[in-house]
Write a protein that binds this ligand. Structure first.
Ligand code: G3H
Ligand code: 13P
Ligand code: ZN
Length: 308
């Protein structure tokens, strides 16, 4: 099967009230765990590569690993650049076989974000590649933060129509209270669903993206900590909130932290239980299985199983 873009994925997800999982890939075991889960659950799949992953594993290796997955499993896969920071990296990925790129201009003022996003869209669309952009800043917001402060961080629904129309972008990451990593909330988890629904109403039919959507499951954190990790007080987005977002206009949900926790917990467990073992396959194999398990669970939460 050839790599695909996200147009068809998102149309079906939007109409079917579910979301497609976008999982970060950094090495072969992570990729195999994810793709085996998606194949067994018959789920559409977005494999995403960050700038850091590209630097770590190298572009060609990652593209060829994904090609190997396509050759060995009956899967619909989109290969996506996660958080492209400038035009150049987006161009390299468009030219280098990716079917989707994200240009993350969220750190720039509105007009600059529009100009940068439009430049990437014009280049990518010309080559049949779809583009995701970001508006608003990803951050957890505590209860004592003022409305004005919150408005300055979260996506402004009034800017969304203009942004989408002027850039012609294919999907948009929105800020409604999620953040990257394992420490998303100091107190109770809270997302601004009102804002999400308001944004969705402004751009009917348009796919939204949720970054920082790991749930940081307590059982995975507990395994890490039991075997020597120090990840106290980690907290993610409850699975019920992810399911709710997936039923609304969110068509793509980004997951990296949960994979890291699953992988790290299992490697720590193997080392602790078998200190004499030094065959990498004896800990990377179980770690790959742990990734597969967490991805299957996520596919259930997103509702995308059986939708490939
Ligand atoms: O958005 C962040 C992702 O978790 C990727 O993280 O830049 O460390 O690869 P990374
Ligand atoms: P998490 O850190 O919540 O897994 O988010 C990953 C992400 O948004 C990648 O772009
Ligand atoms: Zn992200």
């Amino acid at each position: 099967m050839p790599l695909v873009g996200t147009k068809e994925f998102f149309k079906k997800a939007y109409d079917g009230n579910y979301a497609v999982g976008a999982f970060n890939v950094n090495n072969m075991e992570i990729l195999q765990g994810i793709t085996e889960a998606a194949a067994e659950e018959n789920a559409p799949l977005i494999l995403q590569v960050s700038a850091g992953a590209r630097k770590y594993a190298r572009h060609e290796y990652l593209v060829h690993l994904v090609q190997a997955a396509l050759e060995t499993a009956d899967l619909s896969i989109c290969l996506h650049l996660d958080h492209g920071g400038d035009f150049e990296i987006c161009k390299k990925c468009v030219d280098g076989g990716f079917t989707s790129v994200m240009i993350d201009g969220s750190k720039y003022p509105f007009e600059e974000n529009i100009a940068l996003t439009k430049k990437v869209v014009d280049y990518a669309h010309d080559k049949g590649v779809v583009v995701e952009a970001e508006l608003g800043k990803l951050a957890g917001v505590e209860d004592d933060v003022s409305v004005a402060e919150k408005d300055a961080i979260f996506t402004d629904p009034d800017q969304v129509v203009e942004f989408v129309q002027r850039t012609n972008v294919d999907s948009l990451a929105v800020a409604i209270g999620t953040s990257h990593g394992a420490y998303k909330f100091k107190s109770e988890p809270k997302l601004d669903f009102e804002r999400l629904e308001e944004i969705a109403k402004k751009v009917p039919g348009f796919p939204l993206v949720l970054h920082g959507a790991s749930s940081v499951p307590e059982d995975l954190v507990a395994i890490c900590n039991k075997y020597g990790a120090q990840i106290p007080g980690a907290k993610g987005v409850p699975e019920s909130m992810i399911s709710k977002a997936a039923k609304l206009a969110v068509c793509k949900v980004n997951i990296d932290t949960d994979l890291r926790l699953a992988l790290t917990g299992m490697i720590r467990k193997c080392f602790a239980e078998n200190p004499a073992e030094f065959d990498p396959r004896k800990y990377l194999g179980p770690a790959r299985e742990a990734i597969k398990e967490v991805v299957k669970r996520k596919i259930g939460v997103l509702g995308c199983g059986g939708k490939a």
